[in-house]
Structures are given as structure tokens and as C-alpha cells.
Design a protein around this ligand. Structure first.
Ligand SMILES: Cc1ncc(COP(=O)(O)O)c(C=O)c1O
Length: 412
């Protein structure tokens, strides 16, 4: 779970940068990167950061410095990584939509991962090299919510495993060489299913003799809130290492391993700092209203995701003298579904949470929001500007990572 910034630091950030503001922790980001880089492997490891989780350039640069590569999910993301100074050869593009500038990206050295038979045909025409990567849908998926399960027959991601013979025909005809093989089956994946699919993927790799690198995707579970399970990367990786060792014994081929987590690297490294703008009551319920909501974190409404929430009094008071009360925490949007306290897995049902008694003007922190929040929210709904983003550096200094959006920028 996220490490809570001090109340004093929170008040000072609210004063200096306003609210709502995303607050990230540099030390936590670094720790997570090092944990991912320690993933067990047999013949080499590359960790790609799935930048869709949080594409802020400061985070990309930090991970780049620590030795991570990039998984980009659109041409725009690939360009964004290039703008942040990431070397093209470290970026792999795995996209549902082919970008207009694909030719330029691949000619500059961005790696391309063909996710369908059509994409395979297109890349055969564009690529200056015959070496390619393919993404397979291995026939099985797993995710914390149906919306983030991207494997199996009801999911459109990757070349369906039963169509690999069709892919081979195109590969042969177009004189391509599959050197990299990829599967990613969902976010918040059950570790057993992840391992099972890794085995299925390795069996499929046997039919592609030129493959030297296998990418098993991301999707590692993280515990954002008490009671949630977290994938143990070491034990998960040890099982995969055994499979890669076995593959070597059976085929004599030494496979380089790639993983590409997003959530694992950033989710528990960030908080949203909001201000309490109102406290209202009905016959049955007390509500805290904040100057944030689905505009910064849509995960509760979308997935029924639960995040830690802490009320920080604007004037310092002794914690022991603070009373507790059950509240629904609701956002500033004109939408009854704009809530941060919901039933687990059911974004349509609000669930009151026991919190410290709150007053108008107090501050509120929402944790576990370093991934898929700033990058994936209903931004600009009700014309609320995109929030500022700051980083608490290792030396305690607060760095501005993104300015709050202006109305002029919204209407441009
Ligand atoms: C291709 C691919 N790789 C990696 C990821 C990262 O997944 P997670 O953030 O669950 O680790 C995603 C997420 O959707 C993805 O689509």
C-alpha cells in the first residue's frame, strides 16, 4: 500500500499547487522499479514499463534512468516517450489502432508488435527489417474485473492462438521472421492463471524457431487497500524461470524474458490530494464532497475499485481527539456515479466508509492512484481542468511535473 505523505507536507503542497493535485513518491517509484528488475529469469530480462499506467515524462525519465524499457499502446504514446528522451530502440508499440506515423516510428527504430493478421500484413509493407514481434491471444485471460480481462475468445487483443497457422502463412509469404513473441492477458491477473498462460505461450513459441525473446505482459496484482492480495513477483518469477529452463532443455534455445507491468510499478506510488468543498446529510447518509472525483480517478465508478482515503484536517489537531463517522465520498461532477467509496467490484453501488470527521476546507488524500488515474479519467467533464501533478523527490523537495490545465487550453 502507498506510504502516506506527512500531513504537514500535504498542507504545504495544497498551499503551493492547489487542489486537486496528484502527488507521487520518487522513492516508492524507484523501489518498485528495482523489485521488477529483480524478477527471476534464466537467460536475461527486460522490464518494459506499460506507460499507459502513467505517461508523465518525469516518470518515464526516472524509469529510463533505472534501466526500464517502454511498452507504448498507441503511436501517440510512442511519440510521447520519444519526446521524454527515451531511445526509440527501447520502445515497443503494442496497439489496437495502427498509428498514422507507423512508418516513421519503425524506421526510427521503435519495435512493433503485430496484434492481428491485418497488422502483420501492414508491417510487412512498412518495416525496413524482416524481424518482427507478434502478440498472441493464448485463449485464456484473467483480470481483476471483466473490463480488464484481455485474453480468451471474448477479447480482441492479439492473434487468436488457433489462427497462428494463418499468421505463419503471411510470415512465410512476406519473408518475415518472428523474433519476439508476446502475450498479455489482463490487469490484476490471478498469478496461477498468469503462470499457466506463460506455459501455454512457451509451447506456442516452439512453433516459431527464430523467437529469441518472449514477453509475458504485465497484469501483476497490487494491494491498494487492506485485505487485497498482491502478487509476489519473486515466487511468480521463479515458476517462469523453471519453465524457461525446461524450454532450453527441450529445444536448446535460450529465451530472453520480458515483462511489462504498469500497475505494479506506479499504482501505490501516488495519491490524489483533494479539498473537501462541502459536507451534506440526508436522513440516511452523510457525504463528503471533494473538488476532485471521476475527473481524476474513474476507477471506483468503472471497476468498483477501492482506494484508501484519509481526511487531513486543515488545522493540525491531535489524532486521538478526532471522532470517526461513516461517509460516502463523492466527486464534483454532476453525476450520481461520481463516487470514490463503492462496493468492491461494483461501481454502481456506493458504500459508506468510516473516516475521520471532516469539515469544509479540510484536505483528503486518495491512495493507490499512481496508475490509470491521471492517464485514464473523465478529464474535462463539466470543464474541470486536468489536475496538477507533483513528485516528492527523495530529498523531500517537491517537483512540479505538470501544471494544472487552464480554461484556455480546454477550449483551444
Ligand atoms: C499490452 C499490455 N501490456 C502491459 C499492460 C500493463 O498491465 P498492468 O498495468 O495491469 O500491469 C497492459 C495493460 O492494459 C497492456 O495492455
Amino acid at each position: 500500500m502507498s506510504i502516506l505523505p506527512s500531513a504537514e507536507q500535504v498542507r504545504s503542497i495544497a498551499n503551493e499547487y492547489g487542489t486537486p493535485t496528484f502527488v507521487y513518491d520518487e522513492q516508492a517509484l524507484e523501489n518498485r522499479a528495482r523489485e521488477a528488475l529483480a524478477f527471476p529469469h534464466a537467460f536475461g530480462l527486460t522490464v518494459r514499463y506499460a506507460m499507459k499506467a502513467n505517461p508523465n515524462g518525469v516518470i518515464l525519465q526516472l524509469f529510463d534512468k533505472l534501466g526500464l524499457h517502454i511498452d507504448a499502446s498507441s503511436g501517440f504514446e510512442a511519440e510521447r516517450a520519444l519526446i521524454a528522451g527515451i531511445d526509440a530502440s527501447k520502445i515497443q508499440l503494442t496497439a489496437q489502432e495502427l498509428p498514422g506515423n507507423l512508418r516513421k516510428l519503425v524506421r526510427n527504430g521503435v519495435l512493433f508488435n503485430a496484434c492481428s493478421l491485418h497488422q502483420l500484413e501492414v508491417i510487412a509493407k512498412l518495416s525496413p527489417t524482416s524481424a518482427i514481434s507478434i502478440r498472441v491471444n493464448p485463449g485464456q485471460g484473467s483480470g481483476a474485473h471483466a473490463k480488464v480481462n484481455v485474453g480468451g475468445s471474448m477479447s480482441s487483443f492479439g492473434i487468436w492462438h488457433k489462427h497462428l497457422s494463418k499468421a505463419k502463412k503471411i510470415i512465410l509469404e512476406k519473408k518475415l521472421r518472428v523474433e519476439r513473441f508476446h502475450s498479455h492477458i489482463g490487469s490484476g491477473t490471478d498469478p496461477h492463471v498468469w503462470q499457466q498462460v506463460a506455459r501455454i505461450t512457451l509451447n506456442l513459441v516452439k512453433h516459431f524457431p527464430d523467437v529469441h525473446t518472449v514477453n509475458l505482459g504485465g497484469g501483476f496484482k497490487v494491494a491498494r487497500i487492506v485485505g487485497e492480495q498482491q502478487t509476489d513477483l519473486q515466487s511468480c518469477g521463479r515458476a517462469i524461470k523453471q519453465e524457461i529452463d525446461r524450454f532450453y532443455r527441450e529445444t536448446g534455445r535460450r529465451l530472453h524474458l520480458e515483462i511489462e507491468p504498469g500497475t505494479f510499478l506506479t499504482a501505490n506510488t501516488g495519491w490524489i490530494l483533494a479539498r473537501i468543498i462541502d459536507v451534506v446529510e440526508t436522513d440516511t447518509q452523510s457525504f463528503i464532497k471533494i473538488d476532485s472525483g471521476m475527473t481524476e480517478n474513474t476507477r471506483p465508478a468503472l471497476y468498483g475499485s477501492q482506494h484508501p482515503i484519509v481526511v487531513i484536517p486543515i488545522i493540525p489537531i491531535d489524532d486521538t481527539s478526532r471522532k470517526k463517522k461513516k461517509y460516502l465520498v463523492v466527486g464534483h461532477c454532476c453525476e450520481n456515479g461520481d463516487r470514490w467509496t463503492v462496493k468492491k467490484g461494483d461501481g454502481d453501488t456506493g458504500e459508506p466508509r468510516q473516516l475521520h470527521e471532516a469539515g469544509i476546507g479540510d484536505l483528503l488524500l486518495c491512495g493507490g492512484t499512481g496508475a490509470y488515474c491521471s492517464s485514464m479519467s473523465t478529464k474535462n467533464y463539466n470543464s474541470f481542468p486536468e489536475a496538477a501533478e507533483v513528485m516528492i523527490k527523495k530529498d523531500g523537495v517537491v517537483q512540479l511535473m505538470r501544471r494544472r490545465q487552464t480554461l484556455k487550453q480546454i477550449v483551444q
